[in-house]
Structures are given as C-alpha cells and as structure tokens.
Design a protein around this ligand. Structure first.
Ligand SMILES: [Cu+2]
Length: 159
C-alpha cells in the first residue's frame, strides 16, 4: 500500500512541475501558455499566457509564430459601442515591473491557416515562439485544454 502510494507520488511529481509551464528569457517570464480545445473545423485558434517583466525597462512583444499555423497575429478585444470585437495590434508593451495577461476577451494570439490540427486536442501541446524587442525569442509549449486554467493557476508567477 505504502509502496503504491510512493510510486504514485513519484508519477505525479513531474506532472506537477510540468503544469507550472514557466519560461523565461532575459527579464521576462512567460507562464501558463494554454489554448482552448475547439471543434476540429474551427478556422482559427487562440493562445493565451501571462508575461511578467521583472526588469527595469519596458519591452515589447512584436510578433509570434508557430509551426502549426501559416499565420499568427497579436489581437486585442476592444469595446465598439455595446459590442466587443477583436482587432490586430502591431505589438504589446510589457512595462518595467509590470505584466500582461493574454486571456479570453483580452489580448490573445490568433493562429490562422492551421496546418497541423493533430496537436489541437485536449492534453496535447504545440510550440509557440514569442519575439520580443529586447529580450529576444522565447519558444513555449502551449497546452491545449477543454477549460480555462483556474484562478489559482493564474496567480502562479512568483516575484
Ligand atoms: Cu483574435
């Protein structure tokens, strides 16, 4: 019984670390990249993550790309009268000591011209490379899941 529990703990441990999904380049930390599983015929897929800048100067996310998509854009949601609509932005600033959360109904990465849908299923991951003006490039693994990460997960960035 004890042995079984130990084996189980050993199996669970790496999974817990893997779930943290934190990446860093220069002064920037990117946490919890995720994407919502969508129907297989969805024309576009969104990717979300949190960026934190622990440095003393601002940086900018200039562009993103992924091998699974022919095209990737940075989008934001804006209020247009009573309607929320999304539009492309050229870059996203990450202020010194600040952060930006990419999330549904906020900033997001829009992946278009999808090439490889096999990685767009619950539990799968696909690579996404973020190009920052100062910090350079950072490739993260985006986890595809059926539900948004819980609020506890959203607080995961450590200072
Ligand atoms: Cu969009």
């Amino acid at each position: 019984m004890l042995k079984k529990a130990l084996v189980l703990a050993a199996l669970l441990l790496p999974a817990c670390f893997a779930n943290a999904h934190e990446y860093s380049v220069g002064d920037l930390e990117v946490a919890q990249p995720w994407s919502m599983e969508l129907p297989p015929n969805a024309p576009t897929v969104a990717a979300y993550f949190m960026i934190h800048n622990k440095g003393t100067s601002a940086d900018r996310l200039l562009s993103v790309d992924s091998p699974i998509a022919g095209k990737a854009e940075l989008h934001e949601h804006v209020k247009n009268g009573d309607m929320m609509k999304m539009q492309q932005v050229q870059s996203v600033e990450i202020t010194a000591g600040g952060g930006v959360t990419f999330a549904p109904m906020a900033h997001h990465v829009m992946l278009m011209e999808l090439k490889d849908r096999s990685l767009l299923q619950d539990g799968k991951r696909f690579p996404l490379t973020l190009h920052f003006e100062k910090a350079g490039d950072l490739t993260v693994e985006v986890t595809v899941q059926k539900k948004a990460p819980n609020d506890n997960g959203a607080q995961e960035i450590q200072h």
